[in-house]
Write a protein that binds this ligand. Sequence first.
Ligand code: SAH
Length: 352
Amino acid sequence: MSEPAETEPLAAIFRRLIANTGPISLMHYMGESNARYYSAKDPLGTAGDFVTAPEISQMFGELIGLWLADMWINAGREEPVHYVELGPGRGTLAADALRVMKRYGLEPSIHFVEASTALKDVQLATVPGAQWHHDLSTLPPYGPILLVANEFLDALPVRQLVMTPEGWRERMVIPEGERFACIAGSQPMDAAVPEARRAAQPGTIIETCPGAAATVYEVAGRLIEQGGAALFIDYGHDQLRDGSSLQAVRAHLKVDPFVNPGEADLTAHVDFATLAPIAQSRGCKWLGTVPQGRWLRNLGIDARAQTLAELAPQHAQAVEAAKDRLVGEGQMGLLFKVMGLASPSWPGGAGF
Ligand code: SAH
């Protein structure tokens, strides 16, 4: 009997597809690889492939909960109100944030946008009462939205264009021995490059993330229609850049993204410089895009760490070490950014 299709290695499926229909786009390669990767397992934590901020310390989710509660209170405590998280992982951030929100009288309905059935099972145990969605279209149509997306946009597939002597081309993927490799596609793509960036040296790469742009566009529309605020937190840059930022991580180590697709987490830097104007183009208020370390400090992570250390002196060192990972300049503090958005009728947010 042949193996069921879903357990066949993705590399074999890609090889067959490319042999039959020609090179696939890098965006297709990354999208399918991550769909496979996330569908099968829980990749988070020390025993998995990577560790995220909410898994490092409860302080992360708590301060996000505090920020959302502050926004909601200043906006007039409107009900019904909805907590929405995109790609909630193990549900740790949501659990920490909701616990703090409850102390301020904020008990929103809970909505998770999640593609992975493996992670859904974990979320079900961590956050009973949550409702799941495939995408944003099925969220409640009225009542303000308090939305959080931590390390979600970086997992969405990027499209890369490369300058060649013949003009701009899309980067495509073909097999090369045991691995895969990128080549320039045959279709001219000059029209897809903004005019200001069109003249470039051969070899220049421009990376865009249509899924991230579409997500921010949708969220901004919801904030305009329903009220609310959103936080997008991810590693990335707030100035326009060239070059590929595609990377793969497996068992806490960087690995070749073109070997064993579907078995490592593929991510790319989030281009916050492009996302803020997309939100503003819909009339949404952009609160700012600031380094994670600065944002957490502005919200009082030092005081929170001190309180936790006093409550459990035996854990004081671990609390301090976790805080350093979140805010340290050589750690997550500078590379990770927090972008805040709000409905125009909502207040400006703390920390920006
Ligand atoms: N926010 C969590 C998890 C980050 S990992 C944390 O900080 O710990 C990325 C998350 O996004 C996972 O939950 C993954 O299953 C989800 N995800 C990735 N691509 C997705 C997609 N296209 N649609 C919905 N969820 C997706």
